[in-house]
Design a binder for this molecule. Structure first.
Ligand code: DOR
Length: 453
């Protein structure tokens, strides 16, 4: 698009600070007539959004009036949803170490294609991101690639071995958004207590993978009738519940920013609800797959459905939806966990746990909205405003002064999940080959299109 010295504007437009300086591509971006969902202000209705130099300057009905002509990119959003860019607190990109599954470039492309403008990368890379150098490497690589923004989690313990605490302050300095040993649980209560206390001293978020490994040794799926039928060793709900209960207790005194990763059981949801009611510092996330699938999905032994924590039962899924609706579960995080055929085309016990999720989240969860199980504004809040609040990452709102991180969705577009439609390097999704309804059409980061369908 052509550049110009001073963008055209009308009387109702806010004052400009361009002062004749050169302006770049998409200096003024106008999203016209979409269904604008802004959970931060409670707005859900037809409106325009105007982004100038990477920042939202106007939002509302008729807000685009006067913004036209040269230097203004105008996008007709009628029939589309316009929302704050999504923020994912839980993805696994495999760089450094296992780039054949996903690297930072492909991961960030998948994020943008799914409507995510910021993602938090878990530290279970090879080697584990347990020090400043690796955090810096990830941040630098993401900057080089551009597009969606990447915020690494550093490990809680060295090598995520659960023994010695990492230099969390150092990693925070280098850009870590929080700490987690995700993939494994910090099993030693004394270590976890120290981790909470230490992280609290500089208000760093601590995300826990809640799994008592003694109770899950050899487990391939949720413990229940289906596991018995399939002859697979089960992982009982208690393995998750015990750790949530323990950590909530430990955090009474520590008062750290404690966060439960990929919560999956009805008991853990009840505990988080009660802890919040007591005024305790705890937040929690839920994955799309734990909102949609049960252990029945394991019938036929599809390794794409092997995840940790495992897919639970219908009563857990109902409890997840209820807890998401009432705010017990603050946000939705994908736990995007790419694996190659080497790790997945094998027997269940040899398969790595995890499924990809960045690009299927929106169509899948729009299904819950269509079924009347979840409000549209709450869905957008759980994908943007809430994770922004929990992590401190800027974003999650559309009003004047907000970052121009915005997604435009087509809730009705049908597409088939496959190699030619996904940006991720990996295809380990139970929805591979399925037709889904709803897609992210355009993703803007600071007003710049980083994805266009
Ligand atoms: O399913 C999962 N896969 N859960 C985790 O906690 C780790 C992840 C991975 O890294 O593949």
């Amino acid at each position: 698009m052509p550049s110009h010295d001073a963008p055209p504007r009308a009387g109702s437009a806010p004052p400009s600070d361009h002062g004749g300086r050169p302006v770049h591509d998409a200096d003024v971006l106008v999203l016209r007539g979409g269904r604008v969902l802004d959970p931060a202000s409670g707005h859900d209705g037809e409106a325009d959004v105007v982004i100038e130099r990477g920042t939202i300057v106007r939002m509302g009905r008729g807000a685009a009036e006067g913004f036209e002509g040269e230097g203004v990119t105008s996008i007709d959003c009628r029939g589309r949803w316009v929302a704050p860019g999504f923020i994912d607190l839980h993805v696994h990109f495999r760089e450094p170490g296992q780039e054949y599954k996903e690297d930072i470039a492909s991961g960030l492309r998948a994020a943008a294609a799914g409507g995510f403008t910021a993602v938090c990368a878990m530290p279970n890379t090879r080697p584990v991101n347990d020090n400043r150098a690796i955090t810096e490497l990830m941040v630098a690589r993401a900057r080089e690639v551009g597009g969606a923004r990447l915020f690494p989690f550093g490990a809680i313990t060295l090598g995520s071995k659960g023994e010695q605490l990492t230099e969390m302050a150092d990693m925070k300095d280098a850009g870590a958004v929080g700490v987690s040993d995700d993939g494994v649980c910090v099993m030693n209560a004394a270590v976890m207590r120290r981790a909470l206390e230490y992280a609290a001293t500089f208000d760093l978020m601590v995300s826990q993978h809640c799994e008592d490994h003694h109770l899950t040794a050899g487990a391939q799926m949720h413990e229940g009738a289906i596991a018995t039928k399939l002859g697979l060793r089960g992982w009982p709900r208690e393995a998750e519940d015990i750790i949530v209960a323990r950590d909530v207790l430990l955090n009474v005194r520590a008062r750290a920013r404690y966060h439960v990763a990929h919560l999956s059981t009805k008991g853990a949801a009840a505990m988080v609800r009660e802890a919040k009611a007591r005024g305790q510092r705890v937040t929690a996330e839920v994955t799309p797959h734990h909102l949609l699938l049960t252990d029945h999905a394991l019938l036929g032994y599809p390794t794409s459905c092997k995840v940790t924590p495992p897919l639970r039962e219908a009563e857990d899924v109902e409890a997840m939806i209820e807890a998401l609706r009432d705010g017990t579960l603050d946000c939705i995080a994908t736990d995007h966990a790419p694996h190659s055929p080497i790790e997945k085309d094998c027997e269940m016990s040899a398969a790595s746990p995890g499924m990809i999720g960045l690009e299927t989240t929106i169509p899948l969860l729009l299904g819950l909205v269509r079924e009347g199980k979840l409000g549209a504004l709450r869905l957008i809040e759980a994908l943007s405003t809430s994770p922004a609040r929990i992590s401190g990452i800027e974003g999650g709102r559309l009003g004047p002064g907000a970052r121009g991180d915005v997604v435009v969705l087509d809730p009705d577009l049908r597409w088939t999940v496959g190699r030619d439609t996904l940006q991720s390097k990996s295809l380990n999704s139970p929805w591979l080959g399925h037709e889904l309804t709803g897609a992210c059409m355009t993703t803007f980061v600071a007003g710049k299109a980083v994805w266009e369908r």
